[in-house]
Design a protein around this ligand. Structure first.
Ligand SMILES: Cc1ncc(C[n+]2csc(CCOP(=O)(O)OP(=O)(O)O)c2C)c(N)n1
Ligand SMILES: [Mg+2]
Length: 362
């Protein structure tokens, strides 16, 4: 059964994917020779889904732009990790989950939080480290758990979240639950021992674990060429004995279809999956990093593959929304964002003692 499903997934992926090497080979600074293929409707989303997926992507982009502004205004602190380039991946992966499933997101997966129903207010309160936020104001990123929404994460130590997700599924199996877990790791993080140990454990235990490798070409300032020598990171699935596929991470249709098929297979007892989504980290590691080590032509190449712009074309072409409706929705999201920010920035920071809570056990 493993092999037949793997063949299906691999063959559907081959139509839509490009490896990191393909992409490097095809990068050409002369824009006129660089044809960006239009996104085509996939197999599993309908037009209502597409409207929702696009809306979550718009919310993600607006949240990101707001955080970048707040950082420059000195009102957001610490690491502000841009979501730009990853919107299709974060949204379309989580969109394939069911309510009872569980999500372990990473630092560029704000879109997945929106899909799980996390409120803009709760996210902004947390990201601006205010008193009363999910992390009690001790953290300005997404290191929170919200069990009601089945969101756990993110664990800052790269790789460490994958064995936790596998362990969650083992507990869930003992409880007799129908639960799939989805977690994420970067191209850099996927070189860590925890990743390999957890993938192996998940395969041996036949756990319904979906691991998304967000291959965005860089781990901080380290390019993929200095990180790994295999052609596709999803090829490692063969070594674990699980399903593996590489998809274009700027195309929500391809990402969703790969997740849909992997989840259906995992839920049916077919074991874990490794899904590599290829995209680009369009800004520095965090906003303090000017990413001057990334060649301009690489940014330009991926700029022409902006996930939001690409999906907007499909939404217009299929007459899911008109250009006026999209403009109005962007305006509405932006004014909701500004209203939440105006409210949250007036709220107090936590008392200093909060920093000493939940660290040591008596
Ligand atoms: C075990 C561990 N080593 C180092 C770090 C510091 N660190 C945080 S993010 C990061 C780069 C991660 O790159 P990648 O996994 O490709 O994810 P990306 O930021 O590109 O999305 C590093 C080195 C860490 N958090 N954990
Ligand atoms: Mg990376």
């Amino acid at each position: 059964m493993h092999n037949s499903v793997q063949t299906t997934i691999m063959s559907s992926s081959q139509q839509t994917t490009a490896t990191s090497q393909d992409i490097e080979n095809s990068i050409d600074s002369r824009a006129e020779t660089d044809i960006v293929p239009p996104i085509e409707a996939g197999a599993h989303l309908d037009d209502d889904d597409r409207r929702r997926v696009f809306d979550f992507m718009l919310q993600t982009r607006e949240f990101d732009l707001a955080m970048l502004r707040l950082y420059r205004q000195g009102r957001a602190f610490g690491g502000v990790y841009s979501q730009m380039g990853n919107e299709a991946t974060a949204v379309a992966t989580a969109y394939a989950l069911q309510e009872q499933d569980v999500l372990f997101p990473m630092h560029r997966d704000i879109g997945a939080h929106f899909v799980r129903g996390q409120s803009l207010h709760a996210l902004m309160l947390n990201h601006l480290a205010r008193k009363g936020s999910m992390m009690r104001g001790t953290d300005g990123t997404g290191h929170y758990a919200d069990p009601d929404k089945r969101i756990y994460g993110n664990i800052s130590h790269l790789g460490a979240m994958i064995p936790v997700a596998a362990g969650f599924l083992m507990a869930s199996r003992l409880k007799g639950e129908d639960c799939v877990a989805m977690t994420y790791i970067g191209d850099g993080g996927s070189q860590i021992g925890d990743f390999h140990e957890a993938m192996n454990l998940a395969a041996v235990q036949n756990l319904p674990l979906i691991v998304i490798i967000e291959n965005n070409q860089y781990a901080y300032s380290t390019p993929n060429s200095e990180s790994f020598a295999c052609e596709r990171l999803s090829d490692r699935a063969l070594g674990y004995g699980c399903h593996g596929v590489t998809v274009d991470g700027t195309n929500p249709e391809a990402v969703y279809d790969a997740c849909f098929e992997a989840i259906r297979n995992a839920r049916g007892g077919g074991g874990p999956a490794l899904i590599e989504t290829v995209s680009m980290r369009m800004r520095g590691h965090a906003e303090h990093d000017d990413f001057s080590y990334v060649p301009r032509e690489v940014i330009e190449y991926w700029g022409r593959r902006d996930p939001v712009d690409r999906y907007e074309k499909l939404v217009l072409e299929r007459k899911i929304m008109t250009a006026d409706e999209i403009a109005a929705r962007r305006k509405e999201i932006s004014s909701q964002m500004n209203a939440v920010i105006d409210e949250v920035v007036e709220l107090p920071f936590p008392d200093a003692e909060e920093g000493f809570k939940n660290i040591f056990m008596d």
